[in-house]
Design a protein around this ligand. Structure first.
Ligand code: 0X9
Ligand code: ZN
Length: 303
C-alpha cells in the first residue's frame, strides 16, 4: 500500500497503479517494457472520452530524486479519484489524456532504497568497467553527446555507449513515439532547484517558438507561487544551467516534435536538496497541481 506522504518503494507504486486502474473508469494501465533488471515499467493513462490530445509526464528518471515519483503518484491519485467531485479534475480529464511514467528508472530507484541513497543513474553493466549505470538524462538520441555529458562509465553524467543504450529510455521513447502526434506537452520531472526549464538543453540556442514555452511556463510558475509562496524560475535550460546534451526534453521537442517540452525541477533550492523531508511531499504536490491546472488551461485556450 502506498502512503501519499511517504517515499514509497517501486513494488508498492506498481500495485497502486494496478489498483487505481482497476477502480477507475477513466484509467488505463499500459506496460511499456522491462528495466535492465527486469522490473515492469508502466504508464497510466487518465482521460475521459476518446482520442484527445495528451500530456506526458516522465517522473523519476533520476533515481535519487524521490520527490518526483512522490508528486506524480499524488497527481495520479487525484486525477483518478476526483472526476465526479472536483470540477477542476473534470475539466482536466475532459480536455486531455494525462500520461504518467511514475518511476522511469526503476532499478536505480530501488538501489537508492536498498544501497546507495544518492545513486542517480541506471544500473546497467558497462563493458570494460566495473562502474555501473548510465545517466538516463544524457542517453536520449537528439544531439546525443554534444555537450555536458561524459564518456566515462564511472561518471554520474555518463552518456552511455550509444543513444538509447538503456532499456528504460528506449521503452519511454517507443511509447511516446507511438502517439507523438497527439502529445502536446512532455514534462520531465526532477529535483531540485525550482525551475521550469525550456529547450534547448544541448546548447544556448533558442527554438523558434521559445516565447510560447516561456509564456506557458510563466503561467505555471505564477499559479504555483500562489499556493505556498514558493518561487520557480522559468527560462532557457542551457542559458540558466549550462549545456547538457542527451536529455529527454530535447528529444521530446527535437526528436518527437512535441511543442511544449519542459524539465521541471521541484523543491527545494538546495537546503535539503535530494533529501527533501517527506513533510514537503504534500505542499509540493499542491503547488505543482496548481501549475498543471493552469498550464493545461492555458494550452486548452491558446493551442
Ligand atoms: O542534469 C540533469 O539531467 C537535470 N538536472 S538534475 O539535477 N535533476 O540532474 C536537468 C538539468 C537541465 N539542464 C541543463 N544543465 N541545461
Ligand atoms: Zn534529475
Amino acid at each position: 500500500r502506498v502512503d501519499f506522504n511517504e517515499y514509497n518503494r517501486f513494488d508498492a507504486i506498481n500495485t497502486f497503479l494496478q489498483n487505481t486502474a482497476n477502480s477507475c473508469n477513466n484509467c488505463e494501465l499500459l506496460d511499456i517494457g522491462t528495466s535492465y533488471e527486469g522490473r515492469e515499467m508502466k504508464v497510466i493513462k487518465i482521460g475521459a472520452g476518446t482520442n484527445k490530445p495528451g500530456l506526458f509526464f516522465e517522473c523519476g528518471i533520476h533515481a535519487r530524486e524521490w520527490i518526483s515519483p512522490a508528486v506524480c503518484i499524488n497527481v495520479i491519485n487525484k486525477l483518478a479519484t476526483e472526476y465526479d467531485s472536483n470540477s477542476q479534475v473534470k475539466e482536466m480529464l475532459d480536455r486531455y489524456d494525462w500520461f504518467f511514467s511514475p518511476v522511469s528508472n526503476p532499478d536505480g530507484y530501488e538501489y537508492t532504497h536498498t544501497d546507495t541513497r544518492l545513486w542517480r543513474k541506471t544500473r546497467s553493466e558497462n563493458s570494460g568497467s566495473s562502474c555501473r549505470g548510465v545517466d538516463p538524462n544524457r542517453n536520449w538520441g537528439y544531439r546525443w553527446g554534444e555537450s555536458g555529458s561524459s564518456t566515462n562509465p564511472c561518471s554520474d553524467i555518463f552518456m552511455g555507449p550509444s543513444a538509447f543504450s538503456e532499456k528504460e529510455t528506449a521503452n519511454i521513447r517507443d511509447f511516446v513515439l507511438q502517439r507523438a502526434s497527439r502529445i502536446r506537452m512532455y514534462m520531465s520531472v526532477h529535483s531540485f532547484g525550482q525551475y521550469f526549464l525550456i529547450p534547448w538543453s544541448y546548447a544556448t540556442e533558442y527554438p523558434e517558438d521559445f516565447d510560447d514555452l516561456q509564456e506557458a511556463g510563466d503561467v505555471g510558475a505564477n499559479a504555483l507561487r500562489e499556493v505556498h509562496g514558493v518561487t520557480y524560475t522559468v527560462g532557457h535550460s542551457a542559458v540558466l544551467l549550462g549545456a547538457t546534451a542527451g536529455s529527454s526534453d530535447d528529444w521530446a521537442k527535437g526528436g518527437a516534435n512535441i511543442k511544449f517540452a519542459y524539465t521541471l525541477e521541484l523543491r527545494d533550492r538546495g537546503f535539503y536538496g535530494f533529501l527533501l523531508p517527506k513533510d514537503q511531499i504534500q505542499p509540493t504536490f499542491e503547488e505543482v497541481w496548481a501549475a498543471l491546472y493552469a498550464m493545461h488551461n492555458h494550452f486548452n485556450t491558446n493551442w
